[in-house]
Design a protein. Structure first.
Lengths: 326, 326, 326, 326
């Protein structure tokens, strides 16, 4: 049975650069947690630092989680949503900012321990560059890896999962794709550093999601965490899972199962104009539909298809499933 | 009932720039026509000038079509597969080449009359430009429209359908997207000039296929013809229909039905490494699956979804269909 | 001599979906206008409704413009930056919202008259759709055109310029590319409706900017306005002009000159992390550099290159200019 | 002084999938080598197996090279241009084909020794997959790495440089981007295995070319070889260097110099409709122009710009250079 979770903010207000007040009203945290708990299958939430959790609210949040029978499956340090991170966090040109990134990450690790949350999902979204002749590549990549290594070494009881994204908010990120992020993770020489695949980030990077997952699993089971959403391939549209693509999610879930992925299936969307709970529920239901489809017989059939590699047969298999044939 | 067809060459050898001998062996024409006829649902074929049909073979081809109970649903003049077209056809800088393009198109119109084929599918694939400071935009667009108008005016009993493609073989084509091609068609001031949507070309142009189809139908029912294939959005991969996308084909077929499209559903693929007949058969079966799905009840349901525009409900509807719920 | 302008907000704070407080502090309007006036070459500004100008501030803004020797070259009605526009403006499913879009646009037309501003730049950025099975294409396109026609017919002394953008904030816009927007403009049957090319929007739509400009100019000089910025082709990065591309801007300015474009060259950027004034100044300087390059001799040389279409020669010409050879 | 070379086939006929006879006539090898030698700056050529060199022609080719004062700087085994490779080479599902890929590569290594050519450029272009549910990712990636390791271990006196490309001829390649190819190179545990950056492949993968180069150099100087061409970012257009992009090549050459790259600058284009010699000459001249621009003062200035990271200043620096200001 797959374990489903959601990033709490999916249920709140969503902004973009044109409508910075947001498209919706912001519910309070208790309401968002209740909404999360109401979604069939959801057993956990991810919390973003400063948006969802701080030093002073950790007890209260813990109580609300308990009350709603929800686990905190990951904390995402806020390394991207404050003015001070505008020029980067772990890879910022400013030594003071780099220090603050480390502090912020370790503060979140403390909160994770308090909530018995096993994983820190690190998305250093502002670490990168926008223009040619701007990035100091070797220096900044070194800072990034060193800072991450310091934080991760200090909390060996926690797992740190690096989330990559090829661009946005910068035009180029340092943690851009599965393979380069794996290099950074392995470069720390620490066993508690792995990689998060956000399905939308993988798609927009031009990766095949399943191939990326296998690459990480083949290298010491370094796939630590999964974020789910869908898009039109060119941008991080953060849409309902399965609203655009289908068979590629089947392929992904097949390989997650085959390679023994044991982490969470966590929803990460931006339902700008949609009801948040409805949008997340649809994503979970879609993935549950595939989970049911992938019974033992189907797993064997796909295994055989993959060994043979005949695209006509692979397509026919998918068609027979979705049109409920045979 | 939709009418299905196939471009004959789909069943033959396929080449690319690295493997110019092709990935497969070339069957003879009789074999290809037999293979086309064997595919359930296929009632017609499209023939490419010089590849599939010439002055001297038209009788023989007509006999083979009759024997296989196939109609010739369109002829595609060869304006792209000879050295002389390297710099363009109707929009070439050479007056002599422009004249040859007109002659070639009119020659194919003559053959179409002989075969009782009602439509000429014009793809001036070499008309465009590759580099900055190369295209003489106003002059070349004018030549293109004038040349097309001459050909189309000469055969008022035939329909001429202009197929657009944003790029390849040039980096930029003059007939690039639905709207600009519609402008060219309307610009001829002739009623027998319309537009072909190739689904893959539309996807790679960043269009929503259904929206493009509606645009053409709204302007005097100018959608004359449809080519079907699938791709990964960034290039004309010419893959099996439904191998990547799904719900967008449902939306397309919904709108084709709603706007009264009465043309053919013709397969246009490049099954480089696949069995051609199998690849085409899968495409037809996929579209037939959607056709069956779109019964009266489903048409009403989609109509209601579209009036409301609630993405959660639209996604739920699709999910309930493909996982066979309810 | 080209006339340069800037959208006033370029000099203010810039937000994105992650950092909704913005990357910078917001200067007051007087400071922004002073900064605009300080940039060599800038003679005009564009004002965005509700952000930069309202009923109650129009006098004050007019005074500030005079004081800084700046013209108001366009007003951009706010049809995108309020919660009520989340589901669209002229093409919204809600009749009340469509009515409000019309009112808002006409209110801005009144302000334009007061400021002797000759042009309304209409960007109905929320008019489109995000998901499959969501857009009611023919109905919503009809509403859009009808609403625009009403507003434009009411102010025949003003020019209305429709700005297209293929996506963002929606995944698909109704005014997406040059040709479809031209169809809408022409569809109003009004002479005072034209099209704005935003260079970044054109690039991200896969267009060649110059070819798009020519298309609009060839159809009754319908290119009314120009917005300038640069990007990496896949998204509206709104960067400094010339920071990524070069020769394509030369081609664009060549054709603007050749086709008699007499409108403004207005900067439209999002300098998230940059000094706004500096970023705009660089863009103007870059365009001025090209303007100087395009002397009579260069215009003749390019004309000859374009007639011949030899890419080796065209590239050599560009190289000789930028490396200052010969 | 940079060392310039060219892939010999650039000077010959070029085909695509529509015009498999090619756009030009094929000169003989002596003529192509003479043309290469005539280009100022070109000192070496790369030869493609079966197209340019075989067991039986190696002596003759060697003589022609000597006669034209050209070095053979790399041999590219033909692992992509024969029917047998249609389903892959080192990663093919067929054990016999995998064995043939090894043999072919080793045969080319023998020829390299004979010609005193120091490098084998391995592009296993057919190793990948096209459709979902087709690739057996872990197995095929393992085969690829094992096969490469066998070949490279057998010729420790030669360098093997793996060329990546995100797609084409497959829709997905196993050696897709810099980082994953580096993982494969490092995975062989051999010091003579590195990576080739083809600038166009890097651009179309969404990489910043310079950042990719630095990543490879930082990991044991694994950047062994460089191929140069330009494109519109979305596809491998193989155009004249500098015909589209400019400042990004400056950044690349800056970092190649800074990180001590000592390999060749080899042209790799597909001048479909252009004079081959002219197109290659333009590319070399463009790179030489940048090479001259990057004098000691400029290197220092860029170093300072990169440490500061101010995009306005970086853009201003570039502008001052290309418009010859100051």
């Amino acid at each position: 049975m797959n374990k489903y979770a959601v990033i709490l903010g999916n249920l709140g207000n969503t902004r973009d650069r044109f409508l910075s007040s947001g498209y919706k009203d912001q519910p309070d945290q208790a309401a968002m947690l209740r909404q999360a708990a109401e979604i069939d299958g959801i057993q956990g939430v991810e919390l973003v630092g400063s948006w969802d959790i701080t030093d002073s609210t950790v007890e209260e949040v813990g109580d609300l989680l308990d009350k709603n029978n929800l686990q905190c499956v990951s904390i995402i340090p806020d390394l991207f949503a404050q003015k001070r991170w505008g020029g980067g966090s772990f890879a910022a040109k400013s030594a003071s900012v780099r220090e603050q990134a480390l502090e912020e990450t370790m503060k979140m690790a403390e909160l994770a321990r308090k909530l018995k949350c096993p994983l820190i999902n690190v998305w250093p979204g502002q670490d990168g560059y926008d223009y040619p002749l701007q990035g100091n590549f070797p220096q900044e990549r070194a800072w990034l890896q060193e800072g991450l290594a310091k934080a991760c070494a200090a909390y060996p009881d926690l797992r740190f999962s690096l989330e990559y994204k090829v661009k946005e908010p910068r035009t180029h990120s340092y943690l851009a794709r599965a393979a380069d992020t794996l290099l950074t993770a392995v470069g720390t020489a620490l066993p508690n550093v792995g990689v998060t695949i956000d399905t939308g980030h993988s798609i927009m990077a031009g990766e095949n999601m399943a191939d990326a997952a296998v690459l990480l699993q083949q290298t010491g089971n370094r796939l630590f965490h999964m974020h789910f959403n869908d898009n039109y391939r060119a941008w991080d549209d953060d849409m309902i899972v399965g609203s655009i693509h289908f068979v590629e999610y089947i392929e992904l879930l097949y390989w997650l199962k085959t390679t023994g992925y044991e982490g969470w299936y966590s929803m990460d969307q931006y339902p700008y104009r949609e009801d948040g709970q409805g949008a997340v529920r649809e994503s979970v239901r879609f993935l549950q539909g595939i989970e049911r489809m992938l019974d033992d017989a189907a797993m064997d059939e796909i295994g055989e298809l993959i060994r043979e590699g005949n695209a006509v047969k692979s397509t026919a298999w998918f068609r027979s499933k979705v049109f409920n044939l045979q």
